[in-house]
Design a protein around this ligand. Structure first.
Ligand code: DGL
Length: 271
């Protein structure tokens, strides 16, 4: 039994797709979320920069003395997980492993598509995890650098001609190759789920990396005896590194509750 909070972070608001699932599966747990909105997107940056940003993100969350940290970001999970695990003694969970497991279980024709940021695709982390689970799986990859800025600007809905055009361009090659499973390798992408699902058609299953990660974290904390014994709904606190305004608006829509009075701005560069 452990009453400490769970720290969750992402470069922006995409990690809320994982936080929402964590809150659904473990409603009584206290959750602290950090979105690095002042420096998003991470996905086009160098490995060194992503690692440095991630180190600061974890150092900030560590001030809450969390019992675990969830990297609700495909880019950081695929680029900095090992470094962070070496540096911190608390359990740190990333999205790559649980997502790879879900995709390996899901595919029938062994053709899996992976979309993610440039850094995630460059790292090869998802492919390594998948091939360790099933060497017969063929992975087709596509970096989608425009998706994160579109989502951060609220452009993710069906009927938005800009996002639909961008999605068609990115996804066409995978559709033509006949994948039956598509990994949404970035935690921002579940917001585009409807747009992506419509384009790919109902024969393609979508794997949401944040949701898979939340399931895995829940199982792990339970197995390690780290769940809280508190009753009722846990506290939710949100921190961002830029003005909270845009984040509050989109986060409130996405989480289905007004979070404005629980979002604070911090200076991440001091950590
Ligand atoms: N949500 C992050 C991810 O999962 C977005 C990365 C970015 O900031 O480019 O990769």
């Amino acid at each position: 039994m452990d009453r400490r909070p769970i720290g969750v972070f992402d470069s922006g608001l995409g990690g809320l797709t994982a936080l929402r699932e964590l809150a659904r599966m473990m409603p009584e747990e206290d959750l602290v979320y950090f979105g690095d909105t002042g420096r998003v997107p991470y996905g086009g940056r160098s490995t060194d920069t992503i690692i440095r940003y991630a180190q600061q993100d974890v150092a900030f969350l560590n001030t809450f003395q969390p019992k675990a940290i969830v990297i609700a970001c495909g880019t950081v999970s695929s680029t900095a997980l090992e470094t962070l695990r070496r540096e911190w003694a608390i359990p740190i969970f990333g999205v790559v492993e649980p997502a790879a497991r879900a995709a390996a279980q899901c595919t029938q024709n062994k053709k899996v598509g992976l979309i993610g940021t440039q850094a995630s695709i460059r790292s090869g982390a998802y492919e390594r995890a998948l091939s360790a689970l099933d060497p017969k799986v063929e992975v087709l990859t596509q970096a989608c650098p425009l998706f994160v800025p579109l989502v951060e600007n609220g452009r993710y809905k069906v009927g938005d001609i800009v996002v639909e055009t961008v999605a068609a361009e990115y996804l066409q090659p995978m559709k033509e190759q006949g994948i039956d499973t598509l990994m949404l390798g970035c935690t921002h992408y579940p917001l585009l789920r409807e747009v992506i699902a419509r384009y790919m058609g109902e024969d393609v299953s979508l794997v949401d990396v944040g949701g898979q990660c939340a399931r895995w974290v829940t199982d792990q904390l339970t197995a390690r005896g780290l769940r809280t014994d508190k009753q009722g709904r846990g506290a939710r606190r949100y921190f961002v590194s830029d003005s909270p305004e845009g984040f509050c608006r989109l986060a409130s829509v996405f989480l289905g509750e007004d979070v404005a009075d629980r979002v604070e701005q911090i200076d991440i560069t001091v950590y």
